[in-house]
Design a protein around this ligand. Structure first.
Ligand code: MG
Length: 260
């Protein structure tokens, strides 16, 4: 009985193969088109020409200059956005926080950007941990890239310079001393939201501090908060870049963005 079953199965399989083979032979043979080099070359539209700055780190031709030492025309007070930014421009060179005057923010709103910003801790070293040279860059007025004098200044690792505050610690600490300038170069991708307001894809950030990678396409987990876990409580569109007044005379210079 067992051998009979096997025989039948083999017969059915053979029949199936015959039908399959017949169907196959009815399909006309198509030989793949031979590839030529130009088939994978895209010419239009031509890539836009951007003139790089003479000095690496200065603004290229398509950048929006937010601060170049001259004035605060691109900034307003966060307390009252009809008022000019209350921080001090020193020696037509750099910008300094006026402690207690509040945060400042750009007039213009941004989405995805490349940002270049230079900062220096207060010349006089005072305080420790989060109290020393604290400030911060808030992308879309919500997500903080920490600014702190993290040169010989221990604090919690996800709160030092190069961190996404209380979200991601920097990969390393390449800070320079308080009398020197530090350089941030950032690629920021704004979060995307669904129509129902829930998060679709969170914000992402890549940060170089003094040319050293400190955030490698990190996923920002949400609104920066001092207390509590971070999430995306509401959807938003483009928004301002804000700089934090944390009571320390942190200095800034050479700030520019490129919209992506
Ligand atoms: Mg801060």
């Amino acid at each position: 009985m067992k051998s009979m079953k096997l025989f039948l199965t083999a017969g059915v399989l053979a029949g199936t193969f015959q039908i399959y083979a017949q169907e196959q032979s009815e399909v006309p043979e198509v030989s793949p088109m031979p590839m030529k080099p130009e088939m994978t070359e895209i010419w239009q539209p031509e890539v836009e020409v951007v003139t790089p700055a003479k000095k690496l780190g200065d603004a290229p031709s398509d950048a929006i200059v937010l601060f170049d030492g001259k004035n605060l025309d691109q900034w307003v007070s966060q307390k009252d956005t009809t008022q000019t930014a209350p921080w001090e421009v020193v020696d037509n060179d750099y910008l300094q926080v006026v402690p207690g005057s509040g945060m400042i923010q750009t007039k213009k709103k941004f989405g995805d950007i490349q940002l270049h910003l230079e900062f220096s801790a207060p010349d006089k070293v005072e305080g420790s941990s989060q109290g020393r040279g604290n400030s911060g860059v808030f992308f879309q007025n919500r997500y903080e890239l920490q600014i702190l004098d993290s040169y010989n200044n221990r604090t919690y690792r996800n709160g030092q310079a190069g961190s996404i505050y209380k979200d991601h610690a920097p990969l390393v600490n390449p800070m320079r001393g308080p009398l020197e300038w530090n350089v941030y170069d950032v690629v920021y991708r704004a979060p995307r939201f669904k129509e129902n307001g829930l998060i679709d894809s969170p914000a992402e950030i890549t940060v170089f501090l003094n040319g050293v990678l400190v955030q490698n396409n990190a996923t920002i987990n949400g609104l920066t908060q001092y207390i509590g876990l971070h999430d995306y409580p509401e959807s938003h569109g483009n928004d301002v870049i804000a700089l934090q007044d944390h009571g320390n005379k942190t200095q800034f210079r050479n700030i520019w963005v490129r919209e992506l």
